[in-house]
Design a protein around this ligand. Structure first.
Ligand code: 5GP
Length: 346
């Protein structure tokens, strides 16, 4: 199953750039930042950065660790390096398509605009000739001032006009206990009207009212969806709302367990969503922080919920239907069919 999960051509639809940095990537970034005083602290940084099994930190504590990665991606050069190394790691893990998301930040060495430009240029130019197809989602961090989110949407709308082949969507993420969804609705509506796809982190904490507001907004996808099913702190009303909406949900098993949103894999809402035929896709969320990979998520899912190879293939095929760059669907599907035909002959 290990080899099958790795070789299966997978699509990653829920990965935050700065949460995806591996130890090796952080070490290379440290070298790049060698003169900024971080040199001696990065190893300790990485131990703090990774939230493994048994770690006592909860969801809110987890948001502090991103500052560690942020301290290493403050210049366009570092951001480019972080992007290329991370894309290569997803490629090596058998991903053929990725929608990488990131919140453009102003740093002492880079404006939000430069942040966006760097990501788009890196993905377009593909200097390392990667075969994975990268697409970009710009994230609004709900714990930052509204003006920053509005600027992210301004930039997204502007760059989408020239680079729709790279920039595909907007995400709302960041600490779910901070900020109000309703405050971001005007900016999100502008993005939607401009043609960008929308994905919202939804139901990471128990807040049925916000979940309902989010579903009524009709995003193209939502992330996590933990507190929706009645068994997980949701209620019948929002669960039915989700089921009727057919909105695909990006599920991140290991992330939910490491942040203590779910006690263990067996109790994950994957089961309820899968059985109710809610459209789902598996994602890593932050593969660096949670020490996982997409093939590992497929493997864990198969082991926990007794899925066969054919079920995993169907999961991957379905995920490819929910991608934002709809044109890429045929290419991915052909890869999956070829892979399956070859596998059946083995
Ligand atoms: P970045 O956007 O800087 O590339 O990636 C890290 C950021 O993604 C974090 O600062 C946070 O705003 C967001 N993020 C990463 N993981 C999660 C998650 O599990 N839930 C939410 N709501 N936001 C996340």
């Amino acid at each position: 199953m290990d080899v099958f999960c790795r070789e299966l051509p997978k699509v990653e639809l829920h990965a935050h750039l700065n949460g995806s940095l591996s130890r090796s990537t952080m070490l290379q970034l440290r070298r790049l930042h060698a003169d900024t005083g971080l040199v001696d602290r990065t190893n300790a940084f990485f131990d703090e950065f990774q939230i493994g099994a048994g770690d006592k930190r909860n969801l809110s504590d987890c948001f502090q660790v991103f500052g560690i990665a942020h301290s290493l991606t403050t210049t366009p050069e570092a951001l480019k390096m972080a992007t290329l190394l991370t894309l290569k790691e997803f490629q090596d893990d058998g991903c053929c398509y990725i929608e990488l998301r990131s919140s453009p930040r102003n740093t002492p060495y880079m404006t939000q605009r430069q942040y966006v430009e760097t990501l788009i240029k890196t993905m377009r130019e593909n200097p390392n000739n990667l075969t994975i197809l990268p697409q970009l989602i710009l994230s609004i961090n709900r714990s930052c001032p509204l003006s920053e989110g509005e600027e992210t949407v301004n930039l997204a709308v502007e760059y989408y006009k020239n680079f729709p082949e790279i920039l595909v969507g907007i995400d709302l993420s960041g600490n779910p206990t901070a900020g109000r969804f309703q405050d971001f609705v005007p900016a999100l509506t502008r993005a939607k009207e401009a043609g960008l796809k929308i994905t919202l982190h939804c139901g990471e904490i128990c807040n049925p009212r916000e979940i309902s507001e989010m579903l009524k907004f009709k995003p193209d996808r939502i992330g996590h969806g933990v507190y929706i099913h009645p068994k997980f702190g949701g209620n019948e009303e929002i669960w039915n709302e989700l089921r009727n909406s057919k909105i695909p949900v990006e599920l991140c098993l290991t992330s939910n367990i490491r942040t203590k949103s779910i006690p263990d894999y067996n109790s994950h809402h994957f089961k309820e969503f899968y059985e109710a035929k809610v459209p789902i896709t598996l994602g890593t969320d932050d593969k660096g922080v949670f020490a996982t990979s997409l093939s590992q998520e497929y493997h864990i899912c198969a082991d926990t919920f007794q899925l066969q190879k054919r079920d995993l293939l169907d999961l991957a095929i379905n995920a490819s239907k929910y991608i934002f760059a709809e044109d890429a669907y045929e290419i991915i599907n052909n890869k999956l069919q070829l892979f399956w035909n070859k596998n059946e002959k083995k």
